[in-house]
Design a protein around this ligand. Structure first.
Ligand SMILES: [Zn+2]
Length: 368
């Protein structure tokens, strides 16, 4: 489905876009609307028909159902998914396209939220996952004093990534005396991350991935938190531990998750070593991770050379490889998707960066 058919003169709505209207639910019978003139806009097509809901009186147009709703530059939005995953940072993209970095930031946030809804909606089909690998992906937000992990899972048979969560962790590893003092100072001012965060957040990842499954094999490295997180899950689990010292080649049981880590660092500039484009806020990093996950699962072939089907096709979630136009064909409304708790927090911008005094939330105003 492309965005174009929204703009065809014969297009008609199948539901009311007002979330407080009972006809917001597209399956509710008996809805009626009427034509309500036209409106002019700056982007093409310039003239669009308007409609009015006979039940609640709200007026709307085809654009209300588009992912580019309320954007002055919809052309940028359609190019963003591939640009973000080709290793460019926000300012480079902004310079390239002749707009302000803040415009790109706003559109990345919106795209991230769309990808969160898109993937969560696809997961409502409950694909069968039997053999997964998990790992913690280490990166940082704001400064190297604030490292965090993304906990990733991948289906070993198809490379499909079902979910991720994140944990704030304390800075560790080799530090100079000055860095140790600075860490103590910052921890005094900003507080310390929960030492059990990794356990809890891996647990949350696994609860989502194993729901509705009878049995599952989970591969991981020898990190102590995994054993705790796996215990007592609602399905029969076989836990296979591979030492992190083992050679990381194709024959390694963790090959698929190692590859996902590698691709993530390759695609998203903020996770490259020694970068100046590091994430300023963990919540935004989660948006970009969701954008990468959606491309990995639905848009890009499983292997650059070899398997041409996407992970979602191999898993039976999609018939075809999705194009970016199809991914962005329709706006998704947050009320119609069953979001898992962590992703709901990402969606609303509720994951706080402790180094920032103000963490802005997402508010539903003009769907931004
Ligand atoms: Zn209505």
């Amino acid at each position: 489905m492309r965005n174009d058919d929204l703009y065809s003169p014969t297009w008609t709505p199948d539901r009311c876009p007002n979330r407080n209207c009972r006809f917001f639910n597209r399956f509710q019978k008996g809805w009626s609307w009427r034509h309500y003139g036209y409106y002019q806009r700056r982007a093409e097509p310039r003239r669009l028909r308007r409609f009015r809901c006979n039940a609640c009186g709200v007026t709307f147009s085809p654009q209300t159902f588009s992912t580019t709703y309320w954007l002055r530059r919809p052309d940028i939005y359609l190019q963003l998914p591939t640009r973000i995953t080709s290793g460019a940072c926000k300012s480079q993209i902004a310079f390239d396209m002749g707009v302000a970095p803040s415009t790109i930031q706003r559109q990345i946030d919106r795209l991230g939220r769309h990808c969160i809804l898109f993937h969560a909606k696809m997961m409502e089909k409950r694909p069968r996952l039997a053999d997964i690998a998990i790992d913690g992906f280490v990166t940082f937000e704001h400064s190297q004093y604030h490292p965090f992990h993304f906990h990733l899972a991948v289906d070993r048979a198809t490379s499909f990534m079902p979910y991720f969560t994140d944990s704030e962790v304390r800075r560790s590893g080799r530090m100079t005396a000055h860095q140790k003092r600075r860490r103590a100072e910052l921890e005094r001012i900003r507080g310390r991350p929960d030492p059990r965060a990794v356990r809890k957040d891996v647990r949350e990842l696994l609860e989502y991935v194993t729901r509705g499954q009878d049995e599952m094999t989970i591969h991981s490295d020898d990190h102590g938190a995994y054993r705790w997180a796996i215990e007592g899950l609602g399905c029969d689990v076989r836990h296979v531990v591979t030492s992190s010292q083992d050679i990381r080649d194709r024959l390694n049981d963790l090959f698929e998750i190692n590859l996902s880590d590698l691709l993530t660092r390759h695609w998203l500039c903020e996770h490259k070593r020694e970068t100046i484009a590091y994430a300023k806020r963990r919540n935004c990093s989660a948006y970009r991770m969701a954008i990468a996950l959606v491309q990995r699962n639905y848009v890009k072939p499983r292997r650059a050379r070899g398997e041409k089907a996407t992970p979602a096709q191999l898993l039976g979630l999609c018939q075809e490889r999705l194009t970016v136009e199809e991914l962005l064909a329709r706006r998704l409304f947050v009320d119609e998707v069953d979001l898992p708790p962590r992703w709901a927090r990402y969606y609303w911008g509720e994951v706080d960066t402790r180094a920032l005094r103000i963490n802005r939330r997402h508010e539903l105003r003009y769907a931004r």
